[in-house]
Design a protein around this ligand. Structure first.
Ligand code: ATP
Length: 228
């Protein structure tokens, strides 16, 4: 039976028959998906999107880049009034969410860079890390229409292929005029972090929507103000 397990550096591999190592992404991945987010918490919707993108777009690697400061959510007029979980814990949750999944990898580059998270900077950094690779920026249909509000949008256009994922409940959201994009044709899940935070707060179980390792971390750090 095929088994997936993640290497320490996030390089995933599966142990084939007689301990052979196959499916190990080479040292120079050519096609890299970038799924950026707040991940507060990461959920099965994110994971399924990463797996579908990996398989349908033939990606060597899908990086889950954890926003250090998702300024559009936290800044003036942002939608997060409930306070954001610290980036180290959000990163740990993403690591737990993708553990053992071939080609899916949590990435801390935005945390290391610090400050407000701009995707243009992330793509520039990834170009340096993976010279010559194709970068595919994976975004949900809920955020697609807002691309013009991102910092240095022309750089984002130039450095990556935009791939829109039709998120149930937000079907049909598309980039504004002037953006080329591809559509990920895949059945995705109607799960959102904001709903999950509410469910935890009111003591409802979320284990069917979130990987088990993430549930453990939510419990361990007592996240989302569970009413007890
Ligand atoms: P919140 O509910 O707090 O706004 P979220 O569930 O949208 O959070 P984010 O971390 O903001 O999660 O999402 C990161 C990226 O993943 C975004 O591009 C978003 O559109 C996409 N995404 C989120 N949920 C899903 C899902 N269920 N299916 C596909 N893509 C998703």
């Amino acid at each position: 039976m095929r088994q997936e397990c993640a290497g320490r550096a996030g390089v995933s591999r599966w142990n084939g028959p007689a301990g052979s190592l196959t499916d190990v992404p080479g040292p120079n991945p050519r096609r890299i998906g970038v799924l950026g987010g707040t991940f507060d918490p990461p959920h099965n919707g994110h994971v399924l999107a990463g797996l579908e993108a990996r398989d349908r777009l033939n990606l060597d690697l899908v990086l889950f880049t954890v926003a250090n400061d998702p300024w559009q959510k936290t800044g003036a007029g942002g939608i997060r009034e409930d306070g954001l979980t610290g980036v180290e814990i959000r990163l740990a949750m993403v690591e737990a969410a993708v553990e053992g999944l071939r080609g899916l990898q949590a990435d801390d580059l935005e945390m290391q860079r610090g400050g407000p998270t701009y995707t243009a900077d992330t793509l520039l950094e990834l170009e340096g890390r993976y010279p010559g690779a194709d970068l595919l920026l994976l975004i949900g249909s809920d955020v697609a229409a807002g691309l013009d509000s991102w910092i240095r949008p022309d750089e984002v256009k130039r450095r990556a292929t935009i791939v829109v994922m039709d998120r149930p409940g937000h079907d049909g959201g598309r980039p504004p005029n002037g953006w080329n994009y591809e559509l990920l044709e895949a059945p995705l899940l109607e799960v959102s972090a904001v709903d999950l935070r509410g469910q935890v707060r009111y003591g409802r179980p979320i284990g069917d929507q979130v990987p088990a390792g993430v549930v453990d971390l939510i419990d361990r750090y007592d996240l989302y103000g569970a009413v007890r």
